[in-house]
Write a protein that binds this ligand. Structure first.
Ligand code: C2O
Ligand code: CU
Ligand code: CU
Length: 525
């Protein structure tokens, strides 16, 4: 066992840009905020593992049949994350991390019978001061949410709709929406960060006729790339850091020493010299990935969270926040016989090994992909100004981040009318980027605009300090999670289509979300 003071030392494993340690205003006065010396197990040094020796895993694909429900159990399992590591204890959907990929068709409903077959004790540190994880709650609970799906409230996986081991719940996904890269994950009140960290997430690919008519790379030439990071101990087990306060272990952020792609450490994918489509998901608790191909080789982005962009966008790098997705096409045609790495900043995540020899590639990337009309600001009938801020909270935790200064249990304050369009103006008073996600809806980013934070804190008025910046092309399509930058007002324009009922919106940094950076909203009929 080595000794580290608080969580600060763990940040040495890499702090992404925009992710400086949040400054808890006033927390210096709070005696609980000072962590004791905590002991940390010996951690793995991933640079000592041989890279690119394991084949990139492809999660099983489930094709739902009309009239029958898929059955997916949450269970404890083991998985080797690298050839030279012992199997890692995980909690997974089915028996792999990521869980099986659900392939659905737009307009065809899917029913899944989710069951909780987990053990009765959690293996990661629960903080019983965190809202929803009080000592009277069972330790092990689970509820599944399909992120980005437009579903009735009862099937959305509301955080308090959890079930305990032995229970199951059927949820129906109508799929009345465009093709998109969706994903499913645990959403249990107070412990979602631990459940996802344990391995409870998977892909949900929704396809439609339009997308299938485009001729994009498919079948063997289309791969999910699910990115996560984990702190691994020397013997290959998950380590989830704690605050050092024994009865309040919650930490504001977690960054791993090991980067995983589809649950593998530095895997390799053997590809042909042709186009491939990659469905990239950032499923990490707190890490932002800055993706590029080695040598800044260009690639094409064809879609974002909620489906295809209007037109392909040439990129050399991409900054993806937790919860966000990117649909990419990479052309390996001129690279036969060589290899190229997918990088996160200066670190390789995986390698593409291009087999020698030319192949015939009949796939295409059309120059227009889908009609994505920009939503007019004038179509909104309501604007809500909502702050994102940090608070010192000595009773429960060293620090708390809230949406609009409100706790989870306060009365619902956001009640959009079904079918109406609203602008949500997110005023970020913190020093971090928060990826803010709304359930049920898709939205567009109107703009981001810098303002004077200190003046706002003093007088509650917004004084802009620069012009509004419209989103770049790759963020100008349909989104369900977006990066809300520090010191800026980020405006979402949202039509509340689909269903009336109670949903949630939250930060997708899971440590924030599980400590009250989540609020209900209610669509009223
Ligand atoms: Cu990824 Cu509340 O969701
Ligand atoms: Cu969601
Ligand atoms: Cu946050």
């Amino acid at each position: 066992m080595g000794l580290l003071a608080g969580t600060g030392a763990l940040r040495a494993f890499g702090t992404p840009m925009h992710m400086a340690m949040p400054a808890a205003k006033g927390s210096g006065l709070c005696k609980h905020a000072v962590a004791d010396q905590i002991s940390v197990p010996r951690l793995l040094d991933p640079s000592r593992l041989t890279p690119f020796v394991d084949a990139l895993p492809r999660p099983d694909v489930l094709h739902p049949k009309a009239g029958t429900a898929l059955r997916i159990a949450m269970r404890e399992s083991e998985q080797r994350l690298h050839r030279d590591l012992a199997p890692t204890r995980l909690w997974t959907y089915g028996n792999s991390m990521p869980g099986p990929t659900i392939e659905a068709r737009s307009g065809v409903a899917v029913r899944v019978e989710w069951s909780n077959s987990l053990p009765l004790k959690h293996f990661l540190p629960i903080d019983h001061h965190v809202c929803g994880a009080e000592p009277d709650k069972p330790e092990v609970r689970g509820v599944v949410h399909v992120h980005g799906a437009r579903v009735p409230a009862a099937d959305d996986g509301y955080p308090t709709d959890w079930m305990v081991p032995g229970q199951s719940r059927g949820q129906t996904y109508p799929n009345r929406q465009d093709a998109a890269t969706l994903w499913y994950h645990d959403h249990t009140m107070g412990i979602e960060r631990l459940n996802l960290y344990a391995g409870l997430f998977g892909m949900y690919l929704l396809r439609d006729d339009h997308e299938l008519s485009l001729g994009l790379p498919s079948g063997d030439f289309e791969w999910p790339l699910v990115l996560t990071d984990r702190l691994l101990t020397e013997d290959g087990q998950l380590y989830y850091p704690t605050s050092g306060i024994s009865d309040a272990p919650w930490v504001p952020e977690v960054f791993g020493n090991a980067m995983l792609v589809n649950g593998a450490l530095m895997p390799r994918l053997d590809v042909q010299a042709r186009r491939y489509r990659f469905r990239v998901l950032n499923a990490a608790n707190g890490r932002f990935f800055r993706l590029s191909l080695r040598g800044q080789r260009p690639f094409v982005q064809i879609g974002s969270d909620q489906g295809l962009l209007a037109a392909p966008v040439q990129q050399t790098s991409l900054f993806l926040a937790p919860g966000e997705r990117a649909d990419l096409v990479v052309d390996f045609a001129s690279m036969d016989g060589s290899a190229i790495e997918l990088m996160n900043d200066a670190l390789p995540l995986m390698q593409f090994k291009v087999t020698a020899g030319k192949v015939i590639d009949s796939s295409r990337v059309p120059s227009t992909l889908r009609d994505v009309p920009r939503m007019a600001e004038t179509s909104a009938t309501q604007t809500r100004v909502l702050t994102i801020d940090e608070y010192a909270d000595c009773v429960a935790t060293p620090m708390l981040m809230l949406l609009d200064g409100k706790h989870w249990h306060e009365p619902v304050s956001e009640k959009p009318r079904l079918g109406s369009t609203e602008i949500w103006s997110l005023v970020n008073l913190t020093e971090d980027t928060h990826p803010i996600h709304l359930h049920l809806v898709r939205f567009q980013i109107l703009d981001r605009r810098p303002f004077d934070v200190d003046e706002y804190l003093e007088s509650k008025t917004i004084r802009y300090t620069g012009p509004a910046q419209p989103p770049p092309a790759h963020e100008a399509g349909w989104k369900d999670t977006a990066q809300v930058y520090p010191g800026m007002v980020t405006r979402y324009i949202i039509t509340f289509e689909g269903y009336a009922g109670r949903y949630v919106w939250h930060c997708h940094l899971l440590e924030h979300a599980s400590n009250e950076m989540m609020r209900p909203f209610e669509v009223v009929g």
